[in-house]
Design a protein around this ligand. Sequence first.
Ligand SMILES: [Ca+2]
Ligand SMILES: [Ca+2]
Length: 523
Amino acid sequence: MGQLAKRSVKSSVRKSLILAALIFFSGNLWASASEQIDSENFQSVDFDGGARFLQQLIYFPKNIAEQEALPLIVISHGNGHNYKYYKHLQEYLTPRGYIVMSHANQTGPGIQTAAQSTLDNTDLFLASLEKISGGALVGKVDASRIGFIGHSRGAEGVVRAYTRLQDGDFMPKHFHKDNIQFISSIAPTTFLSAEDVDPRSVNYNLFVGGADGDVDGRPQQVLMSMPIYERAKGEKTLIYVQAAGHNVFNDESRDEGTGPDRLDRDVVHKISRATHLALAEMYLKGQGQHRLYFQENWFHSRPPEVPVRPQISNEYKRAENDTSGVIIDNFQSEKSTDKASSGAKIVHDVDGLFEGQLQDQDGRFRFSPKDAMNGLTRYLDNPEPPIGLSFQWEDDRKLVFDFSEAAKNLQGFSALSLRAAQMSRHPLTIELADVLSFSVGLTDGLGHQAVLSTEGYGMIIPPYARSGGWATEFNILRMSINDFKTSNPELDLTSIQTLEFYFGPASGSPVGSLVLDDVEFVR
Ligand SMILES: [Ca+2]
Ligand SMILES: [Ca+2]
């Protein structure tokens, strides 16, 4: 389909979706009751800023008087939600040394008003410290360390708010545009364009529920969250909780999710609490040890509070301006399947090798042999479409990156990192019906080789089987360079010439349909 036709279809879809959304999300606007909770560890106070959308529920540690100035976390709810629905996060984060403010959010008209609410409430909060709890917070809020968390329209809204700050389109009086240290979007909509909603270089987390019955991940504007993640150029993390619905990310909204083995709100809250604490510790308090939870596959290493049972696929990518890694292939240049973006030669005998946009090609997730990117929802109108590789195997096959003309010195590197996904509803994904594994080799100039199975580093899990399979979900894999060396001490890390992927019965899953991206060595 041509770009113009595609655009007009999208814009009519968008209008009808907006209408449908307006009808669907009625009622449950806001409730205001003055309350003041005084627990052992925290205090909470309702602050009335003098207008309907300037209402705030503020949590701060009980012993605030003895504390240094603390970072601020702002929570922006979704449409049909309420600012008092995020106490599970507020009660958990506050005693750990944060001030957490959740505010009334004008989501009804859309993302622009939601973003305005986030900005106005953040500035108003910082301007009003003398009026809150008898001035207990005066001198206790460090406005140079702010995190934004949003949900649904509020999740798109917080990114819109950030984009406006960066564009100088909103001038805050009490904080600076670069004080936003991280943003976490929970199940964001995608109403607005890539130009208006762009995380730019901020640290960015995306949370998605695979059983979401609202922003359900169909390959359509508004309903697919992933393009915002793909736009981000800062350090970024993605947590895809397979059996979580849209509303179980807050305390009270009716669960609208669809799909098997649904997760209780309590379990989803444990995942969200642990994730947001790790993000806050990392980005607001400089506790870098939490980074490993995100860099590694969650079946290998996840925050201890996260229960092991839920199926979660996760992604991580270092910031674009972090030059510590060496990309072998991110597929963003060199469109030939014989040549990697790094210039390495590609030799392979896999089936159906296809390089292209990480976006479903026919707008539906039913299997079609013509759609080599089935179930992917990564691209709407990003300036640079994300591109990756897809292929299959039913026997022993390989895919080799040959950079012997410019051998790599991997001493000082910690890992090979890549993201990989089982393709939703592909016949070989259905035949496998299991987690997927393969083997990875490194070979030096003298022919010494070390081969490791991906199994030791996490799982490439089957797509969540909602209506037979929904999104094609990437899983990060991070394989230790040291482990390659240990498995063959003769391997000369100073002169690695090829990186080999082995698929099939001799090396892992006997059959499979895989999408691959971001193959790189990282420090
Ligand atoms: Ca499709
Ligand atoms: Ca790519």
